[in-house]
Design a protein around this ligand. Structure first.
Ligand code: UD1
Length: 418
């Protein structure tokens, strides 16, 4: 089993190029199944989740080619409507293929995604919305058997929570449905806007992307297009966290600073200096971070749940006590126990975590518990006194391209050991 070995205590300094957003690339790859022509998707990160999405498309009958960070998907001849259990399990967010498959073929058969490392991952909003559009869904033995009678038909759909995945599934199902679909209380994340930009470049009619109400006028068919995936705001937050926790200074390139507007002030509150110009962001950290008052995770444009663990790691060595309130996922503090193995002082009570900053963390053997929790351990290890060995790296491979090399390039001592 491979492990990431990090000798901590080095101040990071240098330049890092941010990759394309995983959470944009995945629904866009699903959307490529709707296009009756070749799509060229640039800036796709080289990640296991993206690879899994490519495998699903191939299984559905698409031609998929990859050249560095560009993926070419041609669904012209494809007509598959099943996703085997193994492929569904390879990528937790594979449920986003449901809307695209149903819209393209009028039927879909795939397995229920089940729970995940963030706790139960219900898809009730996805299913209820797709049913409103006319999809008949039978849930049996962990499988979803779906059929459309006639054609999917647009209607107003109100979400009880602005779920990212449900909004994506509705968009994918509605762009070629008959009539107009209005999503009320839609998710406003930048990845939703990116998906809508891709769909519109393929000929879809969508208004209101990035707002709480999205209106989709169904079109007969979509054509192929060329699209560039937006920069990953969570990867950006990760490297900001690395600069902060090591007292370092990093210049991040290919950043979309509008997308990290809720994150920047929190780093500033901790004493970091953040300067933004064009698509570059420079973060410089003080010798000792200050604590931040309260970090409450919220749907976009609030502080992202995906950055909660990434902010918690630096706060473990800040001067004072910080409070985190996780409002999005039920079980998103699994990294806490691992951080405590490294000497962090954290108390969790339900959705609240209280972090009392300590003078220093110590290297220890730790396990990635999930993607962002794993990244938080890497940040802690970069600052820790001594050597940290991190295992369960498959979590990190889902969301970070060449993470160890990237950190070595800015002065860290990190290497992979088989
Ligand atoms: C996406 C992101 C994930 C991020 C999350 C919130 C991808 C691949 N993943 O996940 O990284 O952390 O947005 O920003 O883009 N919920 C229900 N019923 C549903 C759907 C969701 O109860 O039908 C609940 C979830 O359990 C969770 C909350 O709503 O508590 C948010 O989920 P959602 O916005 O759907 O997140 P994902 O799309 O799964």
């Amino acid at each position: 089993m491979s492990k990431l070995v990090i000798e901590g205590g080095r101040r990071l300094s240098g330049v890092i190029h941010i990759h394309g957003a995983k959470n944009s690339a995945l629904p866009i790859l699903a959307a490529a199944y709707l296009a009756q022509g070749p799509c060229e998707i640039e800036n796709c990160p080289l990640l296991s989740d993206v690879q899994a999405a490519g495998k699903i498309l191939q299984h559905l009958g698409c031609t998929v080619e990859r050249e560095e960070h560009t993926m070419r998907v041609d669904a012209s001849e494809a007509s598959g409507f099943t996703v085997p259990d193994g492929l569904m399990r390879e990528m937790r967010s594979s449920i986003v293929f449901l809307g695209a498959i149903a819209a393209r073929t009028g039927k879909a058969e795939l397995s229920f995604p089940g729970g995940c490392e963030l706790g139960p991952r219900p898809i009730d909003q996805h299913l209820s919305a797709l049913r409103q559009l006319g999809l008949q869904i039978c849930e049996e033995g962990g499988r979803l058997e779906c059929r459309v009678k006639g054609r999917l038909t647009g209607c107003p759909i109100s979400l009880s929570f602005p779920s990212v995945g449900a909004t994506e599934n509705i968009l994918l199902a509605a762009v070629t449905a008959r009539g107009t679909t209005t999503i009320i209380n839609a998710a406003r994340e930048p990845e939703i806007v990116d998906l809508c930009d891709f769909l519109c470049a393929c000929g879809a009619h969508i208004r209101g992307a990035g707002e709480g109400t999205i209106v989709i006028d169904g079109v007969e068919r979509l054509h192929g297009c060329r699209h560039r995936v937006i920069p990953d705001r969570i990867e950006t937050a990760t490297y900001m966290g690395a600069a902060a926790i090591t007292g370092g200074s990093l210049l991040l390139k290919q950043v979309k600073s509008e997308h990290v507007q809720a994150i920047i002030p929190v780093f500033e509150e901790a004493g970091c200096q953040v300067a933004v110009w064009g698509d570059e962001l420079l973060i410089s950290a003080p010798g000792r971070l200050r604590r931040v008052h309260t970090v409450r995770t919220l749907p976009y444009p609030g502080f992202p749940t995906d950055a909660q663990a990434l902010m918690m790691a630096p706060m473990c060595v800040a001067d004072g006590t910080s409070v985190f309130i996780e409002t999005i996922f039920e079980s998103r503090y699994k990294h806490v126990c691992e951080l405590m193995r490294m000497g962090a002082q954290i108390k969790v009570e339900g959705r609240v975590a209280v972090v009392e900053g300590v003078a220093e963390l110590f290297g220890a053997p730790v396990e990635c518990t999930d993607l962002r929790g794993g990244a938080a351990l890497v940040l802690a290890a970069l600052a820790a006194n001594g050597t940290t060995e991190i295992t369960q790296l498959h979590h990190l491979e889902r969301g970070y391209e060449a993470m160890a090399q990237t950190f070595c390039g800015v002065g860290a001592a990190a290497y992979l050991q088989e």
